[in-house]
Write a protein that binds this ligand. Structure first.
Ligand code: AMP
Length: 639
């Protein structure tokens, strides 16, 4: 006997379950189904999406419906059109062996007359969004005065979206004798209020700890400067070549802008937000489900109810305004027992929110550093090697082998491997060689929680940026000596000196900060004013005594790059402009979302972008084999 049979489900439902391939009930199903089948009771279930809650209320409601009676007997309210359609489809699948059960979806953006006609034909179960349902009640197109069951799905989301009034009005139209089943991931005050107002002694079930995040999701945060948010996102994508993710932004405008930038930079990305037409949204979702899109950039509202399996990462490009929303975001990954990662890109001023979220999800975040260029190169190199190994050979190529052999015959196996790998890899090396690392660290979490600091003294020392470097004939020893002398400091008072061409970094203990800032900013070196600023991080690693920085990687270890545009500042703020734009215009892309580049790219202006191929194939979207030839989904319109 399989475990579903023990729950008391009917033969026809068990047959449908067999077809669906569900082997064992999930936690919420095991708890809710026997209870709801046994008696008519109100229920509050704390369960997130991905826990199998649709079946937890869907199986019992189908079993309890009287198929011979064509009146509406159950109403399911859900926050979005997508979720509404999803639930309707699931219920249709569950009830496929039941005779005479009709499930009708009622939602905005589609013909109300058609929906009314479907209901009139006899809909025992209506799945509705609150706004459209209220509309139908007002117009007398639906009768819910006889229902026996009312299910509020994702109640917290519905209230978040401002449906409180509608829900209260709708519930007031239903009979007192009905049973109400409320499903919610969290229990904010408004949800509890609805529960109190409309339910009698509800049975409460909780899946996992109350308000806790799924145990299969791990939570990470990356601390960056605000201006590096986008660069951080790209690096996270580059360091996860197989990423399949939802990237959350706070506003429609940001969502659109980030998606467009990613596409321009060669990633397979698309935007999903409320300003897109329904057809556009459906197109984007279809491409995402089909995995032609690796990074779906979405607003919270638009992403509600997204039920796509195997999402590897949820990226909080910006944290939500309402901390509770974090739960909904992270719940998009780690579904059906798979592991997932929820990433937060965070700035110093937002760090306190991390602690608040930890309290809500009852899970700790791991603080991670944005991978350095060299780490990304290493990851990509190994990824490429694996890809070469796994590539299936098309024997069409056999005809060309003699000619190819002719060209390559003087190369040894090792040389050949190096060259093949370099074809793809040189672009990454070149890109990351030119780009500084962007990681910053929060330091002690306790310190972080009590007083986020502005300056770069996370490691107990102050890190400075100064506009003199090897161009001024300094090396780390001579610069250290120069600083000690100019500042009148002791032998080991200046440390972690890291000299670049036009600028350098160094550390002192915080007690010297005022002096450094005051004295050094008033010194001239060969007629040029010295400029010193406090850097945003501590230079990484411990204090050492030879003045060498322990930060590794290309482009200046973990130091943040100078922010000003003076002649010493190597950061190419402007690269998103001129060179980039003309590049984009002259090299239209073919194929899928950023699939392949038709024209060679110029080396020059892309320092802030992901590396591109100089040849005919674009580096990113890395899954060029699988994405390259797919039709390009229509580009959503701008805000
Ligand atoms: P939900 O939490 O209802 O959104 O369900 C998440 C996903 O899990 C859906 O794709 C369901 O089809 C699937 N699912 C629900 N119950 C089971 C089960 N017992 N075994 C396997 N998959 C399930």
């Amino acid at each position: 006997m399989n475990k579903f049979e023990q729950l008391g489900l009917s033969e026809s439902l068990l047959k449908a379950i067999l077809d669906l391939g569900f082997e064992n009930p999930t936690d919420v199903q095991e708890k809710a189904i026997p209870l709801l089948l046994e008696k008519d009771t109100d229920l509050v279930a704390l369960a997130q999406t991905g826990t199998g809650k649709t079946a937890a209320f869907g199986f019992p409601v189908i079993q309890k419906i009287d198929a011979d009676n064509r009146n509406t007997q159950a109403l399911i309210l859900s926050p979005t059109r997508e979720l509404c359609l999803q639930i309707t489809n699931e219920l249709k699948n569950y009830s496929k062996y039941e005779k005479g059960i009709n499930v009708v979806a009622v939602y905005g953006g589609a013909s109300i007359t058609e929906q009314a006609r479907d209901i009139k034909r006899g809909a025992q179960i209506i799945v509705a969004t609150p706004g459209r349902m209220q509309d139908m009640i007002n117009r007398g197109l639906v009768n819910i005065t006889q229902i026996n069951y009312c299910i509020l799905d994702e109640a917290d989301e519905m209230l978040n979206m401002g449906f409180y009034e509608d829900i209260v009005n709708i519930l007031s139209t239903t009979p007192d004798s009905k049973s109400t089943w409320l499903f919610s991931a969290t229990m904010p005050a408004e949800v509890a209020r609805i529960g109190k107002q409309f339910m009698t002694d509800p049975v409460e079930i909780t899946v996992g700890a109350k308000n806790s995040g799924s145990a299969t999701v791990s939570h990470e945060f990356y601390l960056v400067n605000a201006r590096d948010r986008y660069e951080a996102l790209k690096r996270l994508a580059d360091s996860n070549p197989d990423i399949f993710s939802v990237v959350f932004c706070r506003t429609k405008r940001d969502t659109q802008a980030v998606a467009e930038k990613l596409v321009e930079d060669g990633y397979s990305a698309a935007a999903l937000h409320g300003d897109l037409s329904q057809a556009q949204r459906d197109g984007v979702m279809k491409s995402f489900r089909g995995r032609q899109i690796q990074m779906l950039v979405a607003t919270d509202v638009a992403a509600r109810g997204i039920d796509v399996d195997n999402i590897t990462h949820v990226v909080n490009y910006q944290l939500p305004d309402e901390i509770e929303t974090y739960n909904h975001r992270s719940g998009r990954t780690g579904r059906a027992g798979k592991l997932g990662t929820s990433i937060v890109i965070v700035t110093k001023s937002e760090l306190r929110k991390i602690s608040s979220i930890e309290r809500i999800i009852k899970q700790k975040f791991e603080e991670k550093t944005i991978p350095s260029g060299i780490e990304i190169c290493e990851i990509q190199l190994l990824h490429l090697a694996t890809k070469i190994k796994d590539t299936e050979v098309d024997h069409e190529i056999d005809n060309y082998l003699p000619a190819i052999n002719n060209v390559l015959e003087d190369l040894s196996k090792e040389e050949l491997i190096k060259k093949i790998v370099s074809v793809e890899f040189n672009r990454f090396i070149n890109y990351y060689k030119k780009n500084r690392d962007i990681s910053t660290q929060s330091g002690d979490r306790r310190e972080r929680d009590s007083a986020p600091r502005e300056g770069g003294n996370a490691g107990g020392a102050t890190r400075y940026f100064v506009n003199i470097g090897s161009r001024d004939n300094f090396d780390w020893m001579s610069l250290k000596d120069y600083l000690k002398e100019t500042l009148d400091l002791g032998r080991d008072d200046v440390f972690k000196v890291d000299v670049k061409e036009g600028f350098s970094f160094f550390n002192t203990d915080p007690e010297h900060t005022d002096k450094v800032m005051e004295v050094l900013n008033n010194v001239q070196l060969e007629g040029r004013r010295i400029n010193v600023e406090i850097s945003k991080n501590d230079g990484g690693g411990r204090r050492d005594h030879n003045g060498r920085s322990s930060g590794g990687g290309f482009g200046g270890g973990r130091s943040s790059a100078p922010r000003r545009e003076g002649n010493f500042a190597p950061r190419r703020e402007g690269s998103g402009g001129g060179g980039f734009r003309s590049d984009r215009n002259s090299a239209p892309r073919e194929g899928g979302f950023g699939g392949r580049s038709a024209a060679p790219r110029r080396e020059g202006g892309f320092s802030d972008r992901a590396p591109r191929s100089e040849g005919s194939s674009d580096r990113a979207p890395r899954r060029s084999e699988s994405f390259g030839d797919s039709p390009r989904p229509r580009r959503p319109r701008r805000d």
